[in-house]
Design a protein around this ligand. Structure first.
Ligand code: COA
Length: 166
């Protein structure tokens, strides 16, 4: 399988909006709200700026050159949880699920983070999101904490140290 990552292009915003216009995809993401094209256009712009600044972002995942979703690393931006830590995340259109794509893309992202000497990343996953928890575990992340989002949703914090402790 050919899985490739790129900094999302302006056109990728439309592809993401189409792929994620699906309540099943959004079921365990934040409030579960489906977002429109304008929202993804602003989201992609933020990822482009982040990539420029840090070398990391939520990258577009391409499978046989078709946009399948995103996987990447960004700062944790919520007012609760692991403030100041970098978060790894993944989201694919439903037809791309179950083929090992998120795990393969996640490995590439972690390799980049190691090259950039990122000390540690966390994944914040809805406690019922079995597929996402499986990806986190396959990438070597381990459970660190059980939290509750302000909305009341149970969230598991998984994490991994990427650089040797000094
Ligand atoms: C989470 C997500 C990115 C996984 O993508 P994927 O490419 O299908 O993941 P992979 O194929 O690499 O790995 C999925 C693993 O979960 C397992 N899995 C999938 N559904 C499962 C379920 N309902 N129960 C238990 N395990 C499950 C698979 O068996 C696989 O593990 P295995 O390789 O050990 O068999 C995808 O399901 C998705 O986009 N979900 C919607 C968005 C989302 O929830 N993102 C995460 C927010 S924290």
């Amino acid at each position: 399988m050919s899985v490739r990552l790129r900094v999302p292009t302006t056109e990728d915003a439309g592809a993401w909006a189409d792929l994620f216009d699906d309540a099943e995809v959004m079921r365990y993401v934040g409030t579960g709200e489906v977002r429109d094209r304008a929202w993804y256009a602003a989201f992609v712009q933020r990822q482009q700026e982040l990539a420029e600044r840090t070398g990391l972002c939520l990258f577009s995942v391409l499978v046989a050159e078709e946009v399948a979703g995103f996987t990447g690393i960004q700062p944790w931006t919520q007012p609760w949880g692991p403030t100041g830590v970098l978060e790894i995340g993944w989201r694919l259109g439903r037809r791309f699920w179950g083929r090992g794509i998120a795990t393969e893309a996640g490995r590439t992202v972690l390799d980049r983070a190691r090259t950039l000497e990122v000390p540690r990343v966390v994944a914040m996953v809805h406690a019922d999101n079995a597929a996402s928890l499986a990806v986190a575990r396959k990438l070597g992340l381990i459970e660190e904490a059980a939290l509750r989002a302000p909305s009341g949703v149970p969230v598991l914090q998984y994490g991994v140290r990427l650089t040797a402790a000094s």
